[in-house]
Design a protein around this ligand. Structure first.
Ligand code: DAT
Ligand code: MG
Length: 148
């Protein structure tokens, strides 16, 4: 089954939105296969956001993502990469549709609550970066017969 990497950013953790975010993906029918509360090192932040290294906001982005605990997760399910991006909403909360996480819960592009892999390739890379091969859990969820 397809997997993606999702992360509640430091603003979401501080605002008590871990449960709200997890709840949305659980209710949608996706399966959680790993999760951890962690503080991102500067090195990991720079690797994770490497594609943005030349952007003017890169320093601010690295400072923000390392400023407090994040809640890192692996979720699985059919088309989870694309569907999770839809559920997150556009990067800028002012452009994110109501009903999406950023559209409902955020106000600024910097503090937009959640990260989600933008492609299958990024998902593989980010899962490896944050979880390596160790902590993922495989288990049956019989309710999936009513989802798939
Ligand atoms: P996304 O998080 O939707 O994948 P992205 O990969 O383009 O968006 O950018 C990563 C993060 O960087 C984004 O969640 C918030 C921050 N960011 C993006 N564009 C920005 C900008 N113009 N000013 C400040 N921060 C920005
Ligand atoms: Mg991105």
């Amino acid at each position: 089954m397809e997997k993606t990497f999702l992360m509640v950013k430091p603003d979401g953790v501080q605002r008590g939105l871990i449960g709200e975010v997890v709840n949305r993906f659980e209710k949608k029918g996706f399966k959680l296969s790993a999760a951890k509360l962690m503080v991102i090192s500067e090195d990991l932040a720079k690797q994770h956001y490497g594609e943005h290294a030349e952007r003017p906001f890169f320093g601010e982005l690295v400072d923000f993502i390392t400023s407090g605990p994040v809640f890192a997760m692996i979720w699985e399910g059919e088309d989870v990469v694309k569907t999770a991006r839809h559920m997150m909403g556009s990067t800028k909360p002012s452009e994110a549709a109501l009903g999406t996480i950023r559209g409902d819960l955020g106000l600024t592009v910097g503090k937009n609550i959640i990260h989600g892999s933008d492609s299958l390739e990024s998902a593989g890379r980010e899962i490896e970066l944050f979880f390596g091969s160790s902590t993922e859990i495989s288990y049956d969820k019989p309710v999936e017969q009513w989802i798939y």
